[in-house]
Design a protein. Sequence first.
Length: 260
Amino acid sequence: MPASTFTGKLDIHKGVTVSSAEEPCPDVKEFTARLEASLRKWQDAKLRGVWFRVTVNHVQWIPILAQNGFIIHNAYGDIITMCRWIQRDETNRIPNYAHNMVGAGAVVINDRNQVLVVQERYRDRPYWKLPGGYVDPGEDIVCAAQREVLEETNVRTEFESLVTVRHSLEAVFGCSDLYFVVRLRPLTSEITKQDVEIDNAKWMDVDEFLSHPEVHENNRLFVRNCIENKSNGIMMVRDTTFHPITQKPQALYYITKAPS
């Protein structure tokens, strides 16, 4: 009797993904037979990439997958993802795993021409900086900036414009780092600093911030760009919509003139 095969889920790139949580197979011999039969089926169907998402409950799959040409692509939490390119007539097109960290910060300037600034704890030097931090998985950039401002200072804000993007090529975990700076309008003014990460927070006059010895040049540049863009009526606004092919949420940023 021929071995049964895995079903998996097809993707738009002619790949297939099998999840051990959805198609468990605890018996090693049965798994080996199903894997070999599945690979033959997928090669006959001219699929390209094969992915196995293996939970820690099914780690016995991993050496068998490795013996059948699979390599570890990524690991997160309790899931290890292994992949193999099975299209013989085409070069391997499987992309490397995500290699950029994403952060978001905010320029928040009030009606008194003061910018919201913080000092982080556990720093060798007490730099004044703009509120900000890492974007959580699945989190919108603007929402992340607003969340960081609220968490660090308890100031509520609304989005006005994207200001700039900083791209650092060497950051943590061997990744590049993309840092998006947005302009937010304060809706409240009273500050309550977060005690875990923040040592100090306050409203500082913009002129003082731009000349302060404990402010590094990147942050000065962000604030100068923000002020210049606003004075010139330049904005980079956001439209939230859905990708025309995948139908997944997306945000489009584009330059426009501020309403007169």
